[in-house]
Design a protein around this ligand. Structure first.
Ligand SMILES: Nc1ncnc2c1ncn2[C@@H]1O[C@H](COP(=O)(O)OP(=O)(O)O)[C@@H](O)[C@H]1O
Ligand SMILES: [Mg+2]
Length: 300
């Protein structure tokens, strides 16, 4: 069962009269109850895609459906607010420094229902337990918590109203490696326990390998490969996915903004060591194994 689908989604920005094609014709779907991930170098359009799903940007073209409802329509914005939550990269910036953990979570809880403080306290205690935080942290302020603890608070906030979909946009990128690992384990555990639908975004394909069931690989605003994680991760077919996997242990540079502008043919053309004359034309995606699609002329 599908929870969300985008069809030919395009989000363009104009800067100094140049068009930046941040999301350029994306067809993506999220199946219920699993973690689907989106991987690609910094600057390829991942956050823009997430923000478009959340209704922060109006797409230039294309459609977005949540449970078959068109959520680009203005009247459906409440559907988005009630059903989709997001956890951002930097927990320091996503929490109000003047709010205690309790106030942050109480505010989130009170969005959809009236709830008194003592009842809220027991719900919040449970929510903290779920993200493996001690209840004694409830009355602390953000500056009294570590980065990992703060990100756990953000995760608790995203889950507290039990939304059907949670987007995690590089939730561990601002944390040290060890803390990042514990957060990844926590997310995997929560997903397994509660069958939450996660949309997990990362520039690091190794993390995708650890946490997801299904994945999409994005390059320069386009999806170049997607399929079940085991197939895409263990048997990458697109030259870009292969590169991402090979480079997983090092920091890749971000994609220069100019490269997001004019684009014809295969998005990987300029970097691909296997390019051929026909790669000047944009490839279409082909299913090479069950549910495993690749968008590359090597296979056409
Ligand atoms: N609000 C914006 N205005 C102009 N350009 C933007 C805006 N947001 C993102 N971009 C550009 O769009 C491209 C994709 O950015 P982004 O979606 O943040 O990538 P990612 O999350 O994969 O790192 C980049 O070239 C970025 O500079
Ligand atoms: Mg981003």
């Amino acid at each position: 069962m599908e929870l969300l689908r985008t069809k030919n989604l395009k989000v363009y920005f104009t800067q100094k009269k140049e068009v930046i094609k941040a999301v350029d014709g994306v067809d993506l779907f999220l199946k219920k109850g699993i973690t689907t991930s989106l991987a690609g170098e910094s600057g390829c359009g991942k956050t823009t895609l997430a923000r478009a799903i959340l209704g922060f940007y109006k797409p230039d073209e294309g459609e977005i459906y949540f449970e078959n409802e068109d959520i680009i329509k203005k009247e459906n914005i409440t559907l988005v607010r009630e059903n989709i939550q997001i956890v951002f990269q930097n927990p320091f910036l996503s929490l109000d420094p003047r709010y205690t953990v309790f106030s942050t979570l109480y505010e989130a809880l009170s969005v959809f229902r009236d709830i008194n403080k003592s009842r809220a306290e027991s719900i919040i205690e449970k929510a903290l337990g779920e993200v493996e935080l001690d209840k004694d942290l409830m009355y602390r302020y953000p500056h009294q918590l570590s980065g990992g603890q703060l990100q756990r608070v953000c995760i608790a906030r995203s889950l507290i109203n039990k939304p059907p979909l949670v987007i995690l946009d590089e939730p561990t990128s601002s944390l040290d490696v060890t803390t990042a690992g514990t957060i990844i384990n926590l997310l995997a555990k929560l997903q397994e326990k509660r069958q939450i639908t996660f949309f997990y975004i990362s520039h690091n394909i190794k993390l995708i390998g650890k946490i997801s069931h299904f994945c999409f690989i994005m390059y320069r605003g386009k999806i170049v490969e997607y399929g079940p994680k085991d197939l895409v991760y263990n048997n990458p077919l697109h030259p870009y996915t292969k590169l991402l996997k090979k480079a997983a242990h090092q920091e890749l540079k971000s994609i220069p903004q100019e490269e997001m502008m004019q684009l014809e043919g295969c998005p990987f053309y300029s970097r691909c060591s296997s390019r051929m004359a026909r790669c000047e034309k944009e490839p279409v995606s082909i299913e090479l194994e069950p549910e495993h699609f690749v968008c590359c002329h090597l296979y056409s």
